[in-house]
Design a protein around this ligand. Structure first.
Ligand code: PBG
Length: 330
């Protein structure tokens, strides 16, 4: 059957009709809001390249949490600026460091709010890499040592779980990190804590503003020996497959906008929930254009969120979470 019997516009004639046939819907339950925590008191410092995103000290964080909870947001993702950095990122697994402190504070104030802990070393190492560096004594070449890094990452995940993290989200892209962390969590009695794996994380220019915020720019080289080449998608399948076999509970794709094909592929290939990370530069670009008056921010952001859902995302990590929650309320 074709035109004139078929008329697609019949189902677009009114708002109510469009509402009835809508295939995908963004809800506040899809959203995870990333938060940056830092030492000190009375700190609420805007990140210059991310207008509307702040570093919070524990006291100012309380105000922010009140707003987040009131908006109906159910989950936050924590990033911390630690008091000290060293070669192996020991502050990542320090029970008294800022991420652990913030986790305890959040869970005591809002036990129902889910805390997702980003498990990585780049904010905690003095060289800014996501793992431990090994220098070859013969060639003097520095590389990120996979298996040594796993030990530190397991300690970090266990420390985060001990502080009360509800979800462990490893973003380091070492091989075998899901297996190592799952085993470590289980041995420490945290077998009930799920792993949201950054399964497919690309070596992307879209993390630029985040690295300013987290002070996590690598001091030498780049992350291309562990994060994925943006040109590859078959390899993304292998990465995700490993994580599934190793016991991941959720699979993440990062960044979002330029990688929606990968989101769709994981959704079709596995039966685990799929998460997309709408990363820092995706946020900053929209903010900058909106500030210039070139775009309608609300319409653009809601369209992006809908695009993530349509591509297959069950959850969206986004710096727009509070705005989206407000807009969804109308
Ligand atoms: C840590 C980490 C990064 C992001 C989240 N976790 C940065 C990186 O890999 O350089 C980026 C988040 C963003 O850009 O919003 N490894």
């Amino acid at each position: 059957m074709a035109f004139p019997v078929v008329r697609h516009r019949r189902l677009r004639g009114s708002q109510a009709m469009r509402n009835m046939v809508r295939e995908n819907q963004v809800t506040v339950h899809d959203l995870v809001y990333p938060i940056f925590v830092t030492h000190g008191t009375n700190v609420k410092e805007q990140i210059p390249s991310m207008p509307g995103v702040y570093h919070f000290s524990l006291d100012t964080l309380e105000e922010e949490l009140k707003e987040i909870v009131a908006l109906g947001i159910q989950a936050v993702l924590l990033f911390g600026v630690p008091a000290y950095k060293d070669a192996v990122g020991k502050s990542a697994s320090d029970d008294e460091e800022i991420v652990q402190q913030a986790t305890r504070r959040i869970k005591s104030l809002y036990p129902e709010l889910l805390v997702v802990a980003d498990t990585c070393l780049c904010q905690f190492t003095d060289h800014g890499h996501c793992g431990v560096i090994h220098v070859d004594p013969v060639t003097d070449r520095a590389t990120v040592d996979n298996d040594l890094s796993l030990e530190q990452l397991v300690k970090t995940a266990v420390s985060q779980a001990r502080a009360g993290a509800d979800v462990i989200a490893p973003s380091n892209m070492m091989d075998g990190f899901v297996h190592a962390i799952r085993t470590g969590l289980d041995e420490a009695g945290f077998e009930h804590v799920p792993i949201m794996s950054y399964s497919v994380k690309y070596a992307s220019a879209f993390y630029g503003p985040f690295r300013d915020a987290a002070h996590s720019t690598p001091q030498f080289g780049d992350r291309k020996t562990y994060q994925m080449d943006p040109a590859n998608v078959r390899e993304a399948m292998r990465e995700a497959e490993s994580d599934v076999i190793e016991g991941a509970d959720m699979l993440m794709v990062k960044p979002g906008l330029a990688y929606l094909d990968v989101v769709r592929m994981l959704k079709d290939s596995f039966d685990l929930p799929v998460v997309v990370y709408n990363v820092s530069a995706e946020y900053s670009m929209v903010k900058a254009a909106a500030e210039k008056g070139w775009i309608n921010e609300q319409a653009i952001v809601l369209e992006m969120m809908t695009g993530f859902k349509r591509a297959g995302a069950d959850m969206i990590l986004t710096y727009f979470a509070k705005d989206v929650a407000k807009w969804l309320r109308g």
